[in-house]
Design a protein around this ligand. Structure first.
Ligand SMILES: Nc1ncnc2c1ncn2[C@@H]1O[C@H](COP(=O)(O)OP(=O)(O)OP(=O)(O)O)[C@@H](O)[C@H]1O
Length: 448
C-alpha cells in the first residue's frame, strides 16, 4: 500500500471518528506493512494498540478496503526502540520515584515510606513490628521475618524501615538487597577469589535486609554462606530483617537449621487485603494522582467499585488506577463507572473470582437453612423450590455454565426447568425488595 493510499484512509478516518479521536488515537499509528491480508502498524504503547483495535479496528479495515486494499486483520506492534512504559505525549506520566542508592545494597524506592503505607486489619501487626524495628535501639527480636502473598507490601515495609533508620541514625550501615542479589554477590566473590571482602562487607553492616529469601531454597552453597552471615550478625547483636512469600517452615528446599534460625525472632504475616484496606489504599493513591491530574474528576462510587472488584493484590490495584488516570487524561473525560469498566475490562475480567455451581448451592442452602441434598433433590415444596431457583439464577449469572449444564448439577433437571426458575427469580427481584436484597447479599458473599 502506498503512502498516498494511507493518506486517503487517514482523511476518511478523520471524517468518520472526529478530530479529537483522530489526533489521540490514529495519529500515533505508523503504518508498517500490508501482507497476507494483515495490516501492521507500529504504536507507541500496547495500550494504544489495544484501544485502537477495539474501538476503531473495523473502521480502519473498512476504509482500507474501500481504497482497494485487501485487509482482513490488523496487527499492532510496539517497536523495540520505543519506550513502552510511557503513555503518549498527551498523557502525563506518573512521577518516577527518585531512587537513592544505598552504599552497597539495592536502591531504595523513595515512595516506599511509612507515610505512604496504608494500615488496615490485614497488615497491622506487620506494620507495628516494622515500626518497632525502625525505631532502632537495642535489638529486641532478631530476625524480623515478614511474609505474605505477592504484592501485599513486604518490600514497601522493608524500604520504609530502611528510610526511617537512615533518617534517625545516618551513621548506621543499612544494607538492603534481594536474596537473588545476595547469591549473585556470593558467586562473584567466589569467582573473583574475593570471599574475604564479601564476608567482611556482610559482617560489617548494622542492619541487614534480605528480600524474597525463598529464592535461596535449593541453592546449597548460597544457603551455607547465608547461614554463616546470619549467625555472625545475630551474635554481633545486629538487626536482620527478612521477607519471603511464605512462612520459614514452608520454604521449599531450605535447610532445617536455617528454617529454625529464621523462626527465632518475630515472624509476622501480611494477610490478603480486605475491602476496607483496598479502599483506603485507593483513596490515598488518588490523592497523589489528584495533584498530577488536577483537571480530572472522579465520580462517586468508582473507588468502591474497584476495591470491591479487584481483590488480587495491591500492585494490580495500583496498576489499574494508573491506567485509569492516564486513560481519562488522554480522552479528557470524567472518571465514571462506565469509563472504568471500559478501560479496565481485561483487569476486571481477570480478577473475577470463578464461582462454581457447587459453591452457589452450598451458600444458598446455608443462607436458607436447608440441606444441600434437599436443594438438589426432587422435593418440590416451596421451602426447597425457591432456594433452588435462587441458586439456579445465581449459577446462570455468576458462572459461564449453560442452562443444560446447570440443570445437570441440580439433580439432572431439564434446561427448561432452569430457565423457568431463573425467570421466576428475575420477576421477583423486580417486585420484591427482600428478594433483591437477598440476591445482592448472596452475590457479595460468593464474590468474597
Ligand atoms: N498497605 C499498603 N499501602 C500502600 N501501598 C501498598 C500497601 N501494600 C502494598 N502497597 C503497594 O503495592 C505495591 C506492591 O507492594 P510490594 O512490592 O511491597 O509487595 P511485595 O509483598 O514485596 O510483593 P512481591 O512478593 O511481589 O515482592 C507497591 O507499589 C506498594 O507500594
Amino acid at each position: 500500500m502506498t503512502n498516498d493510499i494511507w493518506a486517503k484512509v487517514l482523511a476518511a478516518l478523520k471524517g468518520a471518528i472526529g478530530t479529537n479521536n483522530f489526533s489521540n488515537w490514529i495519529e500515533p499509528l505508523e503504518f508498517a506493512q500490508l501482507a497476507g491480508g494483515i495490516a501492521t502498524f507500529h504504536v507507541p504503547t500496547n495500550f494504544i494498540g489495544n484501544y485502537v483495535s477495539q474501538n476503531f479496528g473495523d473502521q480502519i479495515i473498512y476504509h482500507m478496503n474501500k481504497q482497494g486494499q485487501d485487509v482482513q486483520r490488523l496487527r499492532f506492534t510496539v517497536p523495540s526502540t520505543t519506550h513502552t512504559a510511557a503513555p503518549t505525549p498527551k498523557a502525563r506520566p506518573v512521577a518516577k520515584a527518585t531512587a537513592t542508592e544505598d552504599i552497597s545494597g539495592a536502591p531504595l524506592d523513595a515512595r516506599f515510606t511509612f507515610d505512604t503505607f496504608v494500615v488496615g486489619k490485614p497488615n497491622e501487626l506487620a506494620h507495628a513490628a516494622a515500626r518497632r524495628v525502625a525505631e532502632g535501639g537495642p535489638v529486641t527480636f532478631n530476625p524480623l521475618f515478614l511474609y505474605g502473598g505477592v504484592g501485599l507490601g513486604k518490600t514497601h515495609l522493608m524500604h520504609a524501615i530502611a528510610h526511617e533508620l537512615k533518617q534517625r541514625s545516618p551513621e548506621l550501615n543499612v544494607l538492603y538487597l534481594s536474596a537473588e542479589q545476595f547469591m549473585y554477590r556470593f558467586i562473584t566473590a567466589l569467582r573473583e577469589r574475593k570471599m574475604m571482602d564479601f564476608k567482611q562487607l556482610f559482617r560489617s553492616v548494622d542492619v541487614l535486609m534480605v528480600d524474597d529469601v525463598q529464592f535461596i531454597g535449593g541453592k546449597d552453597s548460597t544457603q551455607e554462606e547465608f547461614f554463616h552471615t546470619f549467625n555472625a550478625l545475630v551474635d554481633g547483636q545486629k538487626q536482620i530483617i527478612i521477607s519471603a512469600d511464605r512462612a520459614p517452615g514452608e520454604i521449599k528446599d531450605l535447610e532445617e537449621r536455617i528454617k529454625s534460625r529464621l523462626q527465632c525472632g518475630l515472624v509476622v504475616d501480611l494477610h490478603p487485603t480486605d475491602y476496607e484496606l483496598r479502599l483506603g489504599i485507593l483513596q490515598s493513591k488518588v490523592g497523589v494522582y489528584a495533584a498530577q491530574y488536577p483537571e480530572l474528576v472522579i465520580a462517586p462510587g468508582v473507588l468502591e467499585f474497584l476495591a470491591h472488584r479487584i481483590s488480587t493484590n495491591v500492585r494490580v490495584l495500583e496498576g489499574a488506577l494508573t491506567r485509569l488516570f492516564a486513560f481519562a487524561s488522554l480522552v479528557g473525560r470524567e472518571i465514571t463507572l462506565e469509563l472504568t469498566q471500559d478501560c479496565l475490562s481485561d483487569v476486571l475480567k481477570a480478577s473475577d473470582r470463578k464461582v462454581t455451581v457447587e459453591e452457589i448451592q452450598r451458600k444458598v442452602s446455608e443462607h436458607y437453612n436447608i440441606r444441600l441434598s434437599d436443594m438438589i433433590g426432587p422435593k418440590r415444596v416451596r421451602n426447597y423450590a425457591r432456594p433452588r431457583q435462587i441458586a439456579m439464577y445465581l449459577a446462570k449469572h455468576m458462572t459461564s455454565r449453560s442452562l443444560p449444564e446447570i440443570g445437570r448439577r441440580f439433580g439432572g433437571r431439564d434446561h427448561t426447568t432452569v430457565m423457568h426458575g431463573v425467570r421466576r427469580i428475575e420477576e421477583l427481584k423486580a417486585t420484591d425488595s427482600q428478594m433483591a436484597d437477598d440476591l445482592e447479599l448472596l452475590r457479595r458473599a460468593l464474590e468474597e
